[in-house]
Write a protein that binds this ligand. Structure first.
Ligand code: PLP
Length: 408
């Protein structure tokens, strides 16, 4: 098994040389957003300095080049998640917009009063609130799958929730708080046995797990570029053609029409039917570079490295930090450690850690129902990416010990 050259990988990220309060930055907030390597940043710079022109409208060279960059990114994303065709890849602003699109378009058209949808207690707000917005127009019921004490999904409870009123299941591939990786293939198989479509929120899976939408047979799959070494403001919705074709447009505007008159407008073919307005074509081209970057290193190699850091850090924390409570210990979890120490306030810990150069996230992590379930207001979260090192884990643990002592 080849070891990654992390020292070399780190040279791709000038931001990692920053000092915070005179100390080296230890960036452990990768679940919120990962840093961006030079190759992706350069793609954005080139997009603005060399090929900027609006896509799909021009016959001139720049417009054709910009269009080709966008469409080759679409082909790359298709390959990345093994979707059957590029027409099933819709570019959005991120996971949030992708889920809103499905809730508004699919939910708006096909869910009726009395129908039920199934979510889980570990969902991010972006996979809860879009469905609640749908409740303003339709009297649908949201049913919630609970979790077991280690943070894994209660699959027995899930099976019991599925019934003849269930119209869609929408669930995260990996939890942004617990790190739990859900058995999405099994979840989908169970739903499909009742002809219920499933949306997978892959925001936390795409940076670490090889995705194969055909293997898991997902009906919809959503993810964000900024969490996978790519730019902010770009995301992807994969949808099965059969579903996308019968869904109405989500937004109206340019790009998404075939013809417009005041009497009647007809819509463009997939995927453009769902891409109203000028997309972030420069960001989309940069996502292509981010995928290339991940594939060059190897997604399995990235995950292996992150897991080593996860195991090393979790073990040292458990051994050396008194009164530590880690939230989420499911087997095979992603490299995320959510924790509290001695009941101290997450915000105080995060602020003090920052003074020591350590960037962690604190708060409810856009998962307030999960916090309520765990009986806490918030937690501290450290999460890893390919460029993190063992030395950084040591700095983090030393800092955590100091902070815990200060607060005691
Ligand atoms: N779903 C999960 C599991 C997430 O962790 C996040 C972001 O943290 C989102 C959805 C929302 O992603 P975005 O803000 O990029 O739309």
């Amino acid at each position: 098994m080849e070891m990654l050259d992390i020292t070399k990988i780190r040279t791709d990220y000038p931001i990692l040389d920053r000092k915070i309060y005179g100390r080296p930055l230890v960036y452990l907030d990768n679940t919120a957003t990962s840093q961006t390597p030079d190759i992706v940043v350069n793609s954005i710079v080139n997009g603005y300095t060399s090929t900027k022109a609006n896509v799909h409208r021009g016959v001139h060279t720049l417009s054709m080049e910009a269009t080709e960059l966008q469409e080759s990114a679409r082909r790359k994303v298709r390959e990345f998640i093994n979707a059957p065709s590029a027409e099933e890849i819709i570019f959005t602003r991120g996971t949030t917009e992708a889920i809103n699109l499905v809730a508004a378009s699919y939910g708006g058209a096909f869910l009726k009063d009395g129908d039920e949808i199934i979510l889980s207690v570990m969902e991010h707000h972006s996979n809860i609130v879009p469905w609640q917005l749908l409740q303003r127009s339709t009297d649908i019921k949201i049913r919630v799958i609970p979790i077991l004490p280690d943070g894994s999904l209660d699959m027995d409870a899930y099976r019991k929730l599925l019934n003849e009123r269930t119209r869609i299941v929408s669930i995260c591939h990996a939890s942004n708080v617990l790190g739990t990786v859900n058995p999405v293939k099994e979840i989908i198989t169970e739903a499909h046995a009742r002809e219920i479509p499933v949306l997978i929120d892959g925001a936390q899976a795409a940076p670490h797990i090889k995705i194969d939408v055909q293997d898991i047979d997902a009906d919809f799959y959503a993810f964000s570029a900024h969490k996978m070494y790519g730019p902010a403001g770009v995301g992807v919705l994969y949808g099965k053609r059969t579903l996308l074709e019968k869904m109405p447009p989500y937004q109206g505007g340019g790009e998404m029409i075939e013809s417009v008159s005041f009497e009647k407008t007809t819509f463009a073919e997939l995927p453009y039917k769902f891409e109203a307005g000028t997309p972030d074509f420069i960001g989309i081209a940069a996502l292509h570079k981010a995928i290339d970057y991940m594939e060059n290193i190897g997604i399995e190699a990235i995950a292996r490295h992150e897991h080593e850091l996860l195991e090393y850090t979790s073990r040292r924390m458990a051994e050396e930090i008194p009164d530590l409570r880690i939230y989420g210990t499911a087997p095979g979890k992603c490299a995320i450690i959510s924790f509290l120490v001695n009941g101290e306030h997450h915000y105080d810990m995060g602020m003090l850690l920052d003074k020591l150069g350590i960037a962690v996230r604190t708060g409810h992590h856009c998962a307030q129902p999960l916090m309520q379930h765990l009986g806490v207001e918030g937690v501290v979260r450290a999460s890893f990416a390919v460029y993190n090192t063992r030395e950084e884990c040591d700095l983090f643990i030393d800092a955590l010990k100091r902070v815990a002592q200060m607060l005691r």
